[in-house]
Design a protein around this ligand. Structure first.
Ligand code: PLP
Ligand code: COI
Length: 338
């Protein structure tokens, strides 16, 4: 193992000991094997390559204060991947197998879980693909389920540093009855071009509006939208075309625990500058404050330019506190890997 500078990890792939791999054939999953090589030998007519039968998940393993390593709510990722599998006609991964796969691969890569106190974690990336050959447009007869891991730090440079977001009215992410609510690989392929446009304009993140009216806020390309109103309510988006974020779900529970009122409802874009604090939330981005949003050349202020607003800060400390074992895990969200 090459030495790793734990304190300067970003969000990039680093090779580890192994990944875990299962194959579904004739109606059953194999037992799963740990594979050292990071390469996959795949049929040239696999449906994942041609017809986008590909789904992924993202969760993290944390080294806690007591030295143990735990996964954060892996059952929820299992449920969401099953939902994606159903929407894309892929073989479902049973929840117990999914959680076991995550535990096994983390255990085989414990050296890569960043030490407690560095702020890093081991990113766990389950992937489900149609690996069977099919030239007509139809579901594959073979599927491959992989869980790979890689140590990560903050997704955007600077950790809990605020970013600015851009609305690109020429691009949509997901239609109301499309696939925005599931984690299909193609959702991310279509986000790359607008993402490059946003980056060119100096924005690390894009905010999507609903595809039908361009009136309502949907979400960011890799995370949900959340805001704190001036009277201290946690508001988040209710829309048929956004991914149900496990981080957002957890933060809503934490907010309730802290006595913060929570609202999940359609949010019109015109409300944007009325909020006291705005953030992106997700596994990779955790809580990333958004200090301004630009749309059609107009800039809307959405929070302090440096650092983080007080309510977001409180939520961030609370969720990280549970994940790193600094606070009691009252909801039983941490799943030990052994
Ligand atoms: N929205 C999108 C489009 C995402 O890709 C993600 C990341 O998984 C999220 C939201 C956040 O979901 P979660 O909190 O489950 O990671
Ligand atoms: C995650 O937060 O886990 C994601 O999947 C978002 C992104 C890195 C694609």
């Amino acid at each position: 193992m090459k030495p790793i500078d734990w304190n300067s990890l970003g969000f990039a792939f680093l090779d580890t000991n192994c990944h875990i791999r299962y194959v579904w054939k004739d109606g059953a999953w194999s037992d799963g094997e740990l594979v050292e090589s990071p390469y996959l030998n795949i049929h040239i007519a696999a449906t994942a390559l041609h017809y986008g039968q590909a789904a992924f998940e993202g969760l993290k393993a944390f080294r806690r204060k007591d030295g143990n390593v735990s996964l954060f709510r892996p059952q929820e990722n299992a449920k969401r991947m099953a939902m994606t599998a159903r929407r894309t006609c892929m073989a479902e991964v049973p929840e117990a197998m999914f959680v076991d796969a995550c535990k096994r691969v983390v255990k085989a890569n414990l050296d890569y879980v960043p030490p407690y106190g560095t702020g890093g974690s081991l990113y766990v990336r389950p992937l489900l693909i149609g690996s069977g050959a099919q030239i007509g447009v139809a579901p594959a007869d073979e599927y491959t389920f992989i869980v790979l891991v890689t140590p990560v730090g903050p997704y955007y440079k600077g950790g809990l540093q605020a970013v600015k977001a851009l609305v690109l009215d020429d691009y949509d992410r997901a239609a109301p009855q499309g696939t925005g609510h599931v984690k299909v690989a193609g959702n991310y392929a279509v986000s790359l071009y607008p993402h490059m446009q946003a980056q060119k304009a100096g924005y690390p993140v894009e905010l999507y509006l609903d595809a039908k009216e361009h009136k309502w806020i949907d979400e960011f390309s890799t995370s949900n939208f959340l805001a704190i109103t001036k009277d201290g309510t946690y508001v988040t988006v209710k829309s048929p075309s956004i991914l149900p974020s496990i981080t957002n779900m957890s933060l809503q529970q934490i907010a309730k625990d802290l006595g913060i009122p929570v609202e999940s409802r359609p949010i019109a874009f015109e409300e944007i500058s009325e909020f006291a604090e705005v953030a992106a939330c997700g596994t990779a981005v955790v809580i990333t404050p958004v200090y301004q949003v630009e749309r059609a050349g107009k800039v809307y202020k959405t929070g302090p330019e440096t650092g983080c607003g007080p309510v977001l800060e409180k939520l961030y400390q609370a969720v990280q506190g549970i994940q790193y074992g600094q606070q009691p895990d009252t909801h039983g969200w941490n799943v030990d890997v052994d």
